[in-house]
Design a protein around this ligand. Structure first.
Ligand SMILES: CC(C)(COP(=O)(O)OP(=O)(O)OC[C@H]1O[C@@H](n2cnc3c(N)ncnc32)[C@H](O)[C@@H]1OP(=O)(O)O)[C@@H](O)C(=O)NCCC(=O)NCCS
Length: 154
């Protein structure tokens, strides 16, 4: 299936989206068990800046969990996942575009995301979106380096 960019629309994360995402985690993350980082606060507290895209069969094909931090207001993208069957069709880019719009609306002056140094797909993806990567030693505690992405919104 070739996903036509004009048909993509990211909508506010709903309870139905959230439940479906939890039931389909391997299609988004493979073997990695990321259930714990899909905390329900991303639906109940930060649902207005969470997003999902549904595919032609009605299934969730991509989603973004994120929020806007206190000052300085930053749009923090916690997780972005696109179904393995739907990658490289611009869905990730579409999710970020809508997240940026919603973050700006809420006063954000920059975007931020982090990943682990081994996640080269995530690094390539964020770089392609214009978010430069910086390796920060011990970001998540001793021996836990992370790659931090940032982009200013002007
Ligand atoms: C990272 C991820 C969200 C990207 O989603 P996507 O819908 O495939 O990304 P897009 O199609 O919007 O890609 C935008 C650009 O990013 C870059 N990119 C995306 N995937 C890439 C890959 N596998 N290798 C190299 N570059 C890649 C490309 O420059 C791409 O543009 P192009 O296709 O025109 O060349 C998706 O691969 C995914 O869900 N991965 C597993 C979960 C994960 O690691 N998420 C990120 C950490 S939170």
């Amino acid at each position: 299936v070739v996903w036509h960019p004009l048909l993509m629309e990211a909508h506010r994360l709903t309870r139905e989206d959230y439940i479906e995402i939890l039931a389909a985690l391997p299609s988004f993350w493979g073997e990695r068990d990321l259930r714990a980082v899909h905390h329900p606060m991303f639906l109940h507290e930060f649902g207005e800046t969470g997003l999902a895209i549904r595919g032609s069969e009605g299934e969730v094909v991509g989603y973004l969990l994120g929020f806007v931090t206190p000052s300085p207001a930053t749009g923090y993208a916690h997780l972005v996942g696109v179904r393995d069957s739907h990658r490289r069709q611009g869905l990730g880019r579409c999710l970020y575009r809508e997240f940026e719009r919603r973050a700006r609306e809420r006063g954000a002056t920059s975007l931020k995301a982090i990943t682990t140094p081994g996640n080269t797909v995530s690094i390539d993806f964020h770089r392609a979106l214009g978010m430069p990567a910086t390796l920060v030693p011990d970001y998540a505690g001793p021996g836990e380096d992370r790659v931090v992405f940032r982009a200013d919104l002007d």
